[in-house]
Each structure stands twice: as structure tokens, then as C-alpha cells.
Design a binder for this molecule. Structure first.
Ligand SMILES: O=P(O)(O)OC[C@H]1O[C@H](OP(=O)(O)OP(=O)(O)O)[C@H](O)[C@@H]1O
Ligand code: HPA
Length: 179
């Protein structure tokens, strides 16, 4: 893998698609073991970034499950604006359901806070959070994160669904800003 340029900024290879695939399998196995075969969880992906993760993750999930998406948005560029908008919500009734949120990345935790606010209003059986990437040094909240794929340093990444100003989501591997 070579260094790449997106919007004039250099990015270096960081996590290969192979490592991502292994991490997905590990997360799905752990969640399946915790929930067991009869739970029928609703996996909820947070758009846009999570679309690739969700699609690969659920292929590794061995038991019956549902899949849905919500769209919230805060990031405009490299930094969070801190403003969250809920653009698409879930229509189905989640009362008494086990909901597992699937995030591509938890960074400052601003989005996660909003997720807890929205889903705690519904009378769920349980709410669990799974994220492929987590930046512990950037995380500013106390909210629990149940399943973490990979802990990473506090540097901007792109690829595998994650974008930098709209570009880079299609990259199968993940790249880290090189500066
Ligand atoms: O912990 P935080 O600091 O809130 O950052 C994490 C959020 O940022 C990204 O979404 P973004 O708002 O960029 O929207 P996108 O998924 O459409 O790219 C990512 O997909 C997470 O949802
Ligand atoms: O490092 C990141 N890359 C892309 N999107 C993001 N959203 C929060 N952190 C990131």
C-alpha cells in the first residue's frame, strides 16, 4: 500500500482490509456469544460512515437478526462542529428489543451521546454499542462502549466507509493522516 492524497492532504496506509475483516469476525463472534442464538437483535448502523462495516459485520453474525440505519451528522471536515442533526430515524417499533448500535468510529463521543439520548427514549430491552474504531485519547464522555474493534491514536483516518470531506469512503483499506 502506498501513500495517497485526498483534498491535497497526504494519508498513509494504516489498517488493511484483511485486518478489518478479522476484526469484524471477532466482534460478531463476541456479540453472538453474549446474546446467544435466540435474542434476534436489531443492529442499527449510523449513516453514512458505518455502511461498509454493517454490511460486513452482519455477514459474520451467525444468528437471526434485524438490520436498520439512522442518519445523524456532525462532521463537516477534519474537526467536529459539535452540532448533531438527526436526518433519518427508525420507523419500526423497538419496544422490548435488543438494539446493538454499529458505529464505524467513536471519536469525541458527541454522536454517541446523541445516540444514547435518542434510543434511551424508546423502551428497549437493552442497548449496546459496538464500534469498529475508537480513539480513547479523543473521547470526552463517560458513556459506556460495549464492544470496540480497534483502539487507535487520535489522528484522522479515511477509508472503509469513513470520509474526509466526502472522499475516501470507497477505499477498502484505512489510511491515517500523514502530518
Ligand atoms: O465521536 P464523534 O466525534 O461524534 O465522531 C464519530 C462520528 O463521526 C462520523 O460521522 P460523521 O458525523 O462524520 O458523518 P458520516 O458518517 O456521514 O461521515 C462517524 O461515522 C461517527 O458517527
Ligand atoms: O478520524 C475520523 N475520520 C473520518 N471521520 C471521522 N469522524 C470522526 N472521526 C473521524
Amino acid at each position: 500500500m502506498e501513500q495517497i492524497t485526498i483534498h491535497n492532504l497526504p494519508f498513509k496506509p494504516f489498517v488493511t482490509s484483511d485486518k478489518i475483516a478479522k476484526t469484524n469476525a471477532f466482534l460478531a463472534k463476541r456479540i453472538a456469544e453474549d446474546l446467544g442464538p435466540d435474542e434476534e437483535p436489531v443492529f442499527v448502523g449510523i449513516l453514512n460512515g458505518s455502511f461498509m462495516f454493517v454490511s460486513d459485520f452482519i455477514r459474520n453474525y451467525p444468528h437471526p437478526c434485524h438490520v436498520s440505519f439512522v442518519k445523524l451528522s456532525s462532521y463537516k471536515s477534519l474537526d467536529s462542529t459539535g452540532v448533531i442533526k438527526k436526518l433519518i430515524g427508525i420507523n419500526e417499533d423497538l419496544t422490548n428489543k435488543t438494539v446493538i448500535i454499529l458505529e464505524d468510529i467513536i471519536d469525541t463521543g458527541t454522536t454517541l451521546e446523541e445516540i444514547y439520548r435518542i434510543f434511551n427514549e424508546q423502551n428497549l430491552k437493552q442497548l449496546k454499542i459496538a464500534t469498529l474504531f475508537f480513539k480513547p485519547e479523543a473521547y470526552k464522555k463517560e458513556l459506556p462502549i460495549d464492544y470496540v474493534g480497534l483502539e487507535i491514536e487520535d489522528k484522522f483516518i479515511v477509508g472503509y466507509g469513513l470520509d474526509f470531506d466526502g472522499l475516501g469512503r470507497n477505499l477498502p483499506d484505512v489510511y491515517q493522516i500523514d502530518k
